[in-house]
Write a protein that binds this ligand. Structure first.
Ligand code: COA
Length: 690
């Protein structure tokens, strides 16, 4: 065996040369990996004793893509397109041996080999679109030549990988080989190619699957307009596939190259790459290092079978953890379980679950009215009404029931976890696990660290988040934690703006166009305007209270801020408009024209400012954690990187300047935080905080 460099080896097995890449953790195509492969293949190509070449990777995966950490830095080493050209031009058959995930540049490299074999569990994909990019080393030109235009459009513009079996059905993989014998099977495959005098198949020479009806592209754009809204990269991906059809191979390659270079320097890709690393960073907690012991969670208890409790329970049941679910009344328990069943049945109807799976999952529930049934649970999540007294009472009881070492979690979205923990004799076992509604769907889990929460409890909760497919973000105790605390800033301004001169649909339109899934008033209508409202205590002093008093309580009553037709399509409402105008007059407010720019700044800059306060107070570990909260819990557009990243994009001196103007006009709600002042004065951004 010859070491080509630190990360690439060349060995021979009989007359087959085996190039092995060993660059943990994911064999990303760093400059060393690219240069090593190019050299190894050239060497093998020139060696008369060698008849074929196998490219193989050590560790958990085939090459999982370009090395994202190199993006935006001066290029080093042999470019991937050149490596690919070397592979394709090799005078001996080159076989890629794929396990794990052949992603991005990894798949592009494999597509430049003459043959590909893969183990059944392998996945192949081009996820660049998720980083705001197009594949940049021939992926958009070669993939359609193997899998056809329609499938290639999906794989490239959605960025979702394909399983080995499907890849084999298209000829993207030439053979599916043994899970435990990839290298040996790949060598045998190569030997057989030689024995059969098989041709050197070059994907670039294929054109038989490119005969797409041009209408395919228009139809694809139309069908996915909602999914792609605001993003630049999906459209660029479609254009590259169009180029594969309309241009000769090398011109298509150049078009693809120009496209990726353009996107690479754009704000969207910068934001999306930032988010990729930010999400992984969120799992890292300075004083709870990797390797901190965790507690085994084999059985979970949930208190409350309402919308939240039921949704939370589904997360555990989905990964095979049995759940004891407790309610106070049989009727509520039955209702909760029937909602869960309906949810699963709907998933089954869409073909994503079998009816047998539905039964298996339902079979993992133990419904009960008896709190003491939680005695054998390793984790109990309380999801009762958001009221401190009720929560305190529940935790007092729970303390007497739960076994020693059990983790006691509250799903509160605002309340003081330390006060709740103080109701127990074991505050070190108490933690907040704030799920977002619908809890079985939303990816965010705010893990709330109390003053006394033990480190192994934190490590367990963060690990559990990953197990159930969530992004866990560790936050500190404060009113509303990170997400809702910042949301309150936006809501306050939205409410003020509609009295000062805007209408709810103006505010909603501006935030929707910014990229959020919906604005605050459409959101209120969806959630129900009467959450936390009661006729007895209503003062009729805000548009929301007046709407509730008129029984306009949102979508569920056919009217709220908006009027809804029978298909729940929203229309601006003259009733709401009159309520707002009358109320403004009553309050003596001189309504004025408010620009879209002001609406955006008024809603978003105070959020950034609040995020800065959260950092000052140490309630979030890092600015990027705040961004991950907003992206995964509130639908903040990924291509804007989260509110803190957005603040940096605008420039903190500019944010500060506008905040000060607003402070002058509208008062203390806009008082800049000390951190914002400091960073702006130093010409720095949140990204510069260490
Ligand atoms: N470049 C540089 N680093 C990468 C990387 C890449 N393409 N892909 C993963 N990593 C790093 C991660 O940042 C992480 O680093 P950390 O341990 O310091 O946090 C580590 O490799 C492991 O990645 P992780 O995502 O935690 O592991 P996983 O097993 O859950 O998933 C992958 C593995 C490959 C599926 C996933 O990392 C992935 O999707 N990577 C990106 C692939 C991609 O987009 N390729 C195209 C690039 S153009």
């Amino acid at each position: 065996m010859t070491a080509i460099n630190e990360v690439v080896d060349l060995a021979t097995e009989g007359r087959v040369a085996v190039v092995t890449v060993n660059s943990p953790p994911v064999n990303a195509l760093s400059a060393n990996v690219r240069t090593g492969i190019a050299e190894a293949v050239q060497k093998a190509g020139a060696d008369p004793a060698v008849t074929a070449v196998v490219i193989h990777c050590a560790g958990r995966t085939f090459i999982a893509g370009a090395d994202i950490t190199e993006f935006g830095k001066p290029p080093k080493g042999v470019p991937l397109n050149e490596v690919n050209a070397i592979l394709e031009a090799c005078p001996k058959p080159v076989v890629a041996a794929i396990h794990g995930t052949a992603l991005g540049g990894g798949l592009e490299l494999a597509l430049s080999c003459h043959y590909r074999v893969a183990v059944p569990s392998a996945k192949l994909g081009l996820p660049e679109v998720k980083l705001g990019l197009v594949p940049g080393a021939g992926g958009t030109q070669r993939l359609p030549r193997l899998v056809g235009v329609e499938r290639a459009l999906e794989v490239i513009a959605f960025g979702e990988p394909m399983k080995a079996a499907e890849a084999a059905s298209h000829g993207l993989v030439d053979a599916v080989v043994g899970e435990g014998s990839l290298k040996a099977d790949a060598v045998a495959f190569a030997e057989k190619l030689i024995a059969d005098a098989a041709p050197l198949k070059k994907v670039r020479d294929r054109a038989d699957k490119l005969g797409a009806d041009p209408a395919v592209f228009a139809a694809f754009r139309k069908a996915n307009a909602r999914r792609f809204r605001g993003f630049e990269a999906p459209e660029a991906c479609i254009q590259c596939v169009e180029a594969a059809v309309s241009m000769p191979f090398d011109e298509g390659l150049k078009f693809e190259r120009d496209t990726i270079m353009r996107l690479m320097v754009g704000t969207q890709s910068l934001a999306q790459r930032y988010v990729f690393f930010a999400e992984r960073q969120a799992a890292k907690i300075p004083d709870v290092p990797e390797g901190t012991p965790t507690r085994t969670i084999a059985k979970v208890g949930i208190i409350g079978a309402g919308t939240m409790g039921g949704g939370i329970a589904m997360n555990f049941v989905n990964v095979g953890i049995p759940v004891t679910i407790v309610e106070t009344k049989q009727e509520a328990l039955d209702r909760g379980l029937s909602v869960i069943r309906k949810n699963y049945e709907n998933t089954a109807k869409r073909g994503r679950l079998s009816m047998a799976d539905v039964e298996t999952r339902m079979g993992r529930f133990t419904p009960t009215l008896d709190l003491s049934a939680l005695a054998d649970c390793d984790l109990v999540v309380e999801a009762v009404f958001e009221n401190m007294e009720i929560k305190k009472e529940v935790f007092g009881k729970l303390d007497a029931i739960a076994k020693p070492g059990a983790i006691l979690a509250t799903n509160t979205s605002y309340l003081d976890v330390d006060q709740i923990a103080a109701m127990t004799k074991r505050p070190e076992d108490v933690i907040g696990m704030h799920f977002f509604s619908p809890a079985n769907v939303m990816r965010l889990l705010e893990v709330v660290r109390g003053e006394k929460t033990a480190k192994d409890v934190i490590a367990t909760a963060m690990g559990l988040a990953k197990t159930i497919g969530k992004v866990g973000v560790l936050v500190g105790v404060c009113h509303g934690f990170v997400g809702n605390r910042m949301l309150a800033q936006r809501q306050r301004e939205a409410n003020k703006l509609i009295l000062e001169g805007a209408m709810p649909w103006d505010v909603d339109r501006v935030l929707y166009d910014f990229g959020l899934p919906m604005g605050p008033f459409a959101m209120s209508d969806l959630a129900g305007l009467d959450i936390g409202w009661s006729r007895e205590t209503s003062k009729g002093e805000t548009p929301r209270e007046i709407l509730c008093e008129m029984d306009r309580r949102g979508q569920k009553t056919g009217a709220g801020f908006y009027d809804y037709d029978e298909n729940r399509v929203a229309k601006p409402s003259p009733v709401t408009e009159k309520i707002i105008l009358d109320l403004a007059a009553k309050k003596g407010i001189n309504r004025r024209q408010i620009s879209d720019e002001e609406i955006l700044q008024r809603c978003i800059y105070p959020m950034i400012n609040e995020g800065a306060k959260i950092l000052e107070e140490g309630k979030a570990i890092r600015a990027s954690d705040i961004d991950i909260v907003w992206i995964n819990g509130y639908g903040w557009p990924v291509y804007r990187g989260g509110p803190m990243f957005y603040g940096d994009t605008v420039g903190l001196p500019e944010v500060l300047k506008v905040m000060k103007e607003f402070e002058g006009r509208h008062g203390a709600d806009f008082k800049p935080s000390a951190l914002l002042e400091k960073l702006a004065a130093e010409g720095k951004g949140f990204k510069d905080l260490k």
